[in-house]
Design a protein around this ligand. Structure first.
Ligand code: AHR
Length: 515
C-alpha cells in the first residue's frame, strides 16, 4: 500500500503498476495555494518538575561552575535561544495537579517543601517557582504556558494565581506580587486547565471533566493585555470519545484542547525498549508507532471539525516524543534517556505531520526539554550536549510562522520483515522573504531515495541545504563526543527546470532552501 498525502488529506493508492521501478524514488508536488500559517507555537517545549529537568537542569546549584543568572543555567538558555523556542509549558505534567503555586513565591528560605509523589518521591524545595519560571521565559524570549491545578487544587486557587499574574490594578494579590519584586503584571496568556484529568490529574470521566473545565475556566479571568487562551485536558492517543464529549460539551469555550501522544519503541509500557540498543526491526517499529500521529491528528481533527467547522479550537499536542526505558543505573522515576539519530527521525517526521495539519494543530510541546524523555539538551554536572533532536528543531525553525505550502507525495515503502511504512515524509513552507523550505525525512535505514519535487508556480533560482545524519540510527552524542551527530551542509540537490531533484541518504533529515 502506497500513500499519497495532499495537504491534510490522506489517500491510498494500491497496486500501482511499475511499483518496483519506483522503489527508490519519490515524487512531490508543492503548491502555493494556501492561506494557512504554520504557527511557531508548534515548536514549543515542556519542562516539568521531574527528575533533572528543572533541578540540575535549568536551575542549578549556586556553586556549579557554569555561567548563571541567579541559578538559571545560561549555556542552556543560549542554546535554546538559538533554536527560537516559542513557548515553554510548566510546571507539569502530572506534577501540575499537585502543585500549589503559593508554595513557590516569596523569600526562598520561607518556602515550604513538598513531596514530588509522581516522580521518584523526592523532596521539592520550591526554590523554582512562578517568578523564577517567568524570568526563565524572559531570558529564553519565549511565551510561558502555565498548567493550573484542577486535580488537587481549587477554583479559588487557580483564579487567584491568574489574578496574581495578570491583574494590573490594586488588590491584595497584586500587592503581594509587588512585594515579591514584580509590580508589573506578567501577562501570561497560555493557560492549561489541569493535565491528563483522565489519569494522574484526577481519574475523571470526560463528562465530569467537561463540567470541571467550565467551572475552573469561568473564574480564570481575562485581564487587560492578558486574554487567557485556555487549554483543556484532551485525549491520549486514540481516545476519540474524550474528544467527542469535550467538543460537544465545551466546544469553542476552550481556546485549545490538548492531545498527549508518546512514541514507545515496543508499544509496551512495561518494557518500552532501550534508547540506544535496538535492532532494525525495533527501529522500524518505533517509526511505525511514530507515524500513528498522522492517524491520531486526522481522526481527532475530524471530530473537532464536526462541532467547530471554522477551526477555532486548537489541537495542542502538548506532550509528544519518544519514551524509552531509562538509562541503566539511573532513577526510574527521573525518566532520563539518551537520544539517538532515531529520535531525530521521529522528531523530523512528527514535526512534518504537525506542519501539514497546521489548520488544526496550532501548538505543541516536546516532552521534555532538558534531561527528561526526548530531550533537546542533556547535562552531566557542568557538561552539556545538544541531542540529535535539538538539531532537528534547529533545522526546522525556518517553518515557524511561515506560510504553509500543501504537498502531494508519492513515496516508496520502507519494508522490514514484510511490514511496510512510507519511507519519506516532508513538509513545506514559504517565509516572509519569499524563501521556500522543504524539510524531508528518509526513514529507510538502507536506501537512498531520489526525490523529485515539482514546485508548480513557485519561482526560485537556487537551492542550498543542510543535513542531519550519521552512520547508524543508534548513534548518539556523548559528553566525550558531543558533536558526533551535527548539522552539515548538503549539496546534493539540483535545479532541473522548475523541479528540484534531491538524493536523500538513508536515515537522514534534510532541509532545503529555495530562493
Ligand atoms: O511527561 C511525563 C508525564 O507523561 C507527564 O507528567 C504526564 O502528563 C504524562 O503522562
Amino acid at each position: 500500500m502506497k500513500k499519497i498525502y495532499y495537504g491534510m488529506a490522506v489517500l491510498a493508492l494500491c497496486c500501482t503498476p511499475g511499483r518496483a521501478a519506483l522503489a527508490q524514488t519519490a515524487k512531490v508536488t508543492v503548491s502555493n495555494d494556501s492561506k494557512l500559517t504554520i504557527s511557531r507555537n508548534i515548536y514549543g517545549q515542556f519542562a516539568e518538575h521531574l527528575g533533572r529537568g528543572i533541578y540540575d537542569g535549568f536551575w542549578v546549584d549556586p556553586k556549579m561552575p557554569v555561567k548563571k543568572q541567579d541559578r538559571i543555567r545560561m549555556d542552556i538558555v543560549e542554546a535554546l535561544r538559538k533554536i527560537k523556542i516559542p513557548n515553554l509549558r510548566w510546571p507539569g505534567g502530572c506534577f501540575a495537579d499537585e502543585y500549589h503555586w503559593r508554595d513557590g513565591i516569596g523569600p526562598r528560605v520561607n518556602r515550604p517543601k513538598m513531596v514530588n509523589t509522581n516522580w521518584g518521591g523526592v523532596t521539592e524545595d520550591n526554590s523554582f517557582g512562578t517568578h523564577e519560571f517567568l524570568e526563565l521565559c524572559k531570558l529564553l524570549g519565549c511565551e510561558p504556558y502555565i498548567s493550573g491545578n484542577v486535580g488537587s487544587g481549587t477554583v479559588q486557587e487557580m483564579s487567584n494565581w491568574v489574578e496574581y499574574l495578570n491583574f494590573d490594578g490594586q488588590s491584595p494579590l497584586t500587592a503581594m506580587r509587588k512585594l515579591n519584586g514584580h509590580p508589573e503584571p506578567f501577562n501570561v496568556s497560555f493557560w492549561g486547565v489541569g493535565n491528563e484529568s483522565w489519569g494522574c490529574g484526577g481519574n475523571m470521566t470526560p463528562e465530569y471533566y467537561a463540567n470541571e473545565f467550565k467551572r475552573y475556566a469561568t473564574f480564570a479571568k481575562d485581564y487587560k493585555n492578558a486574554k487567557l487562551k485556555k487549554i483543556a485536558t484532551g485525549p491520549s492517543d486514540g481516545d476519540y470519545n474524550w474528544t467527542e464529549v469535550m467538543m460537544k460539551n465545551v466546544g469553542t469555550r476552550m481556546w485549545g484542547m490538548s492531545l498527549h501522544c508518546y512514541t514507545l519503541p515496543t508499544g509496551n509500557w512495561n518494557d518500552k525498549g532501550s534508547a540506544t540498543k535496538f535492532t532494525e526491526a525495533q527501529y522500524f517499529n518505533t517509526m511505525k508507532n511514530c507515524l500513528r500521529m498522522e492517524e491520531f491528528v486526522t481522526k481527532h481533527s475530524a471530530i473537532m471539525d464536526k462541532y467547530d467547522p471554522e477551526k477555532k479550537v486548537a489541537l495542542v499536542v502538548d506532550e509528544w516524543g519518544v519514551w524509552t526505558n531509562v538509562e541503566p543505573g539511573t532513577n526510574p522515576g527521573f525518566l532520563y534517556q539518551q537520544n539517538s539519530l532515531r529520535d531525530a527521525l521521529v522528531a523530523g517526521t512528527t514535526l512534518n505531520i504537525f506542519n501539514n495539519h497546521c489548520d488544526r494543530v496550532k501548538m505543541a510541546a516536546l516532552a521534555q526539554t532538558i534531561n527528561v524523555l526526548q530531550a533537546l539538551v542533556l547535562t552531566q554536572k557542568e557538561k552539556m550536549l545538544l541531542t540529535p533532536t535539538y538539531h532537528v528543531f534547529d533545522l526546522y525553525k525556518v517553518h515557524q510562522d511561515a506560510k504553509y505550502l500543501p504537498i502531494k507525495l508519492d513515496a516508496p515503502d520502507y519494508e522490514v520483515n514484510g511490514n511496510k511504512i512510507p519511507a519519506v515524509n516532508l513538509s513545506a513552507s514559504q517565509d516572509k522573504e519569499g524563501r521556500v523550505h522543504l524539510s524531508l525525512v528518509n526513514i529507510d535505514d538502507h536506501k537512498d531515495i531520489v526525490v523529485t519535487a515539482n514546485m508548480g508556480d513557485i519561482k526560485w533560482n537556487t537551492v542550498s541545504g543542510q543535513i542531519l545524519t550519521s552512520a547508524n540510527v543508534t548513534d548518539i552524542n556523548t559528553f566525550d563526543k558531543p558533536n558526533n551527530i551535527k548539522i552539515e551542509s548538503f549539496n546534493n540537490a539540483q535545479k532541473d527546470g522548475d523541479k528540484v531533484v534531491v538524493k536523500i541518504p538513508a536515515h537522514s533529515i534534510i532541509v532545503l532552501e529555495l530562493k
